[in-house]
Write a protein that binds this ligand. Sequence first.
Ligand code: GLN
Length: 277
Amino acid sequence: MDNASMNIRSAMALAKTLEGSDSPRLDIELLLSYVLQQNRTYLMTYPEQALTAAQQTAFLSLLQRRQLGEPVAYLLGEQGFWSLMLQVSPATLIPRPETELLVELALSLLLPESLRALDLGTGTGAIALALASERCDWQVIATDVQVEAVELAERNRASLSLNNVEVRQSRWFDRIPESNFHLIVSNPPYIDDQDPHLSEGDVRFEPRSALVAHDGGLADLSEIVTQAPAHLADGGWLLLEHGYDQGEAVRQLLAQSDFTEIKTHQDLNGCDRVTLG
Ligand code: GLN
């Protein structure tokens, strides 16, 4: 490519160099929008606009990192989730669209108008902040064991001015003396360490500690289910994200801990994804 001649159109054509990506066109648009500080409609409207030398250098450097597999969200430092734009870093999982199902289900439950909710393993803060943004009368505690995640979730909380969220460092319930939550939610690590999915695509760049759990992926889910009853108010709900093939196992765990009204819901791909009780 003749460097001097790069415009929006020729930059977009480099989507073909992103063979490893599931969404090369979208990736290019996001990288280019970021470098030009314009939205994606602008790219369609002004295809002939030339990139400045600085824009071109910045764009090619991001493109190269994307070619090596780095997730777009880490390159841009942000990811949309629910109605929120969240800062992300390689210290946390990138919020996924599937996880919005958990938020949707939590908001659809018949719950008191003002309540106490707990999000275990919050990462960027995605679930807790989405819930708090929809329900200003809810008091939400968001925990993570990793200090970097706690700091990131707190930055996201502050930049969204969500004063009904407290971010706390805790490994699951370790630093949660409270016992009166109406709602406990979690997207814990649930992937088996032998799962080939771990060596494909964006997941390779995400922290293992946020993805992988012992006992075929069930260890953390099991720990949370076992301990949750002691922290739930009467009639409170537990909602858990899990793997597409873990619905039956999670329902069994909930039943063993005396949960009732246990039900698994499917994500947009038709996979079992969230179980509640
Ligand atoms: N759903 C994610 C994936 O398949 C995993 C999320 C998690 O482990 N909590 O990559």
